[in-house]
Design a protein around this ligand. Structure first.
Ligand code: PLP
Length: 351
C-alpha cells in the first residue's frame, strides 16, 4: 500500500482511533501501567509515525519539538560530547545548545551543512532543509563520513516531513520533528517526535523520556493522528503553492533574493521526492523598513510565527534571531489557500 493510503485508514473495528485519557491502569486487565511510561493513543500515533519514517520500530512523542530535541541529545550523549550543528540550524535548537546544553558540558561547533561536518564530533546535527534559510545537506555524504568516524547523524526533518524525505532510509541514526508543524498540521497542537534507526537508541531515549517525564499527552497525540490522515495531500498542495510563489517572488522587482530548495538546489532535488515543501524565505528589496511593511500590509496571509498549518503565515526573523539572518529576511510558511489569492496579497504588500 502506498503511504497516502496507509495514512488515511485506521486498522481495526473503529474507523477513527479512540482517545484514551487514563493516567493509570488496572494491572490485571492489560499491558499498561502509567501514562508516563506508555498510553494507547500516544502509542498508536507513535506506531503510525514510525511506519511513515520507515524505521524498525515506533517513533517517540514529546510535548514539543524542543522536548524531542532536548531528550534525544541528553539521552544519547555523555557530558563533554561534541556536537556539530549547522550555523543556520533552527534558532530554538541553536539557543538550546548554546545556553542550556553547553552549561551541562556539551561542546559545540557550528558548520555549513552544505559542506562536510568538522572532524572529531560525536553527533552531526542536520536540518532538511534549514529553517529559515532553506540550506540542504548532502545526507548520504554526511552519513558516510559520520559513521566512518563513529559519530551519529541526527536530522531535524520538520520542514520536509516523511512525505518528502525519510532520513532513516538514508542511514541517519535519528530523525526529529516539530510535530507542531506539518505533521499535526492545524496550528492547534504542540508536539515533538523522534524516530530511531537502532532499537537501542530508541530504548535509551524511551528510558530517558519515562524518567524525565518529557512525554506527550493523549490529547495532542490524538490531534496528531487526525492531522496525519491529511498529511500527504496537505504537503503536496503546500509544496505546489510554495514553488509557484517562489517563482513569482523571484521575478518580482521588490524582492532581492528567494530561498527555496525548488529554485535549482540540486542537492535538495536528489533527496526530496514529490515536492520541495511549504517553507520559503525572501529578502525584501529596500531595507528593514520594506520588510516590516510587507509584514504589516498582508491581509489574507497572517503575520504570525510557526509553519506547517493550513493558513499561510509570514514574518521577519531578525527580531528573534538578530544577525544570524538578514534584516530584510521574510519567512513565508505556505498554507492551503488558493495560490492566486496568496499571490495577490503578497503583491499588494510588496507594492
Ligand atoms: N525544529 C524546527 C525546524 C522548527 O521549525 C521548530 C519550531 O519552529 C522546532 C524544531 C521546535 O519545535 P516546537 O516549537 O514544537 O518546540
Amino acid at each position: 500500500m502506498k503511504r497516502e493510503t496507509r495514512l488515511v485508514h485506521t486498522p481495526g473495528h473503529e474507523l477513527v482511533p479512540p482517545l484514551s485519557r487514563a493516567t493509570t491502569y488496572d494491572r490485571a486487565e492489560g499491558p499498561y501501567l502509567y501514562q508516563r511510561n506508555a498510553s494507547p493513543t500516544v502509542e498508536e500515533a507513535e506506531r503510525l509515525l514510525g511506519e511513515l519514517e520507515g524505521g524498525p520500530g515506533p517513533a517517540l512523542l514529546f510535548p514539543s519539538g524542543m522536548g524531542a530535541v532536548t531528550s534525544v541529545l541528553l539521552a544519547l550523549l555523555a557530558p563533554g560530547a561534541r556536537v556539530a550543528f549547522p550555523h543556520d540550524a533552527y534558532y530554538g535548537v541553536a539557543v538550546l545548545l548554546q545556553t542550556e546544553l553547553a552549561r551541562w558540558g556539551l561542546e559545540l561547533v557550528s558548520f555549513d551543512q552544505t559542506g562536510p561536518a568538522p572532524d572529531g564530533v560525536d553527533v552531526v546535527w542536520l536540518e532538511t532543509p534549514s529553517n529559515p534559510l532553506l540550506s540542504f545537506p548532502d545526507l548520504d555524504a554526511h552519513v558516510e563520513a559520520a559513521h566512518a568516524a563513529g559519530a551519529r547523524v541526527v536530522v531535524d526533518s520538520t520542514a520536509a516531513t516523511p512525505v518528502l524525505l525519510r532520513p532513516l532510509e538514508h542511514g541517519a541514526d535519528v530523525v526529529v520533528h516539530s510535530a507542531t508543524k506539518y505533521l499535526s498540521g492545524h496550528s492547534d497542537t504542540l508536539l515533538g517526535a523522534a524516530a530511531c534507526a537502532a532499537d537501542r537508541d530508541r530504548e535509551r531515549i524511551y528510558e530517558f523520556r519515562t524518567r524525565s517525564g518529557i512525554v506527550a499527552a493523549p490529547d495532542p497525540a490524538w490531534l496528531l493522528l487526525r492531522g496525519l490522515r491529511t498529511l500527504a495531500v496537505r504537503v503536496a498542495r503546500q509544496s505546489a503553492s510554495a514553488l509557484e510563489l517562489a517563482r513569482r517572488l523571484d521575478a518580482h522587482p521588490a524582492v532581492e533574493r528567494v530561498f527555496y530548495p525548488g529554485l535549482g538546489d540540486a542537492t535538495a532535488a536528489r533527496y526530496l521526492d514529490g515536492g520541495f515543501g511549504g517553507l520559503l524565505s525572501f529578502l525584501a528589496a529596500g531595507g528593514a523598513d520594506a520588510a516590516a511593511r510587507v509584514e504589516q500590509r498582508v491581509r489574507t496571509i497572517r503575520n504570525a510565527t510557526s509553519l506547517g498549518g493550513v493558513e499561510t503565515l509570514l514574518e521577519t526573523r531578525h527580531r528573534y534571531e538578530g544577525d544570524r539572518v538578514p534584516e530584510t529576511l521574510v519567512r513565508l510558511a505556505v498554507g492551503l489557500e488558493d495560490v492566486d489569492d496568496l499571490w495577490d496579497d503578497l503583491a499588494q504588500a510588496l507594492a
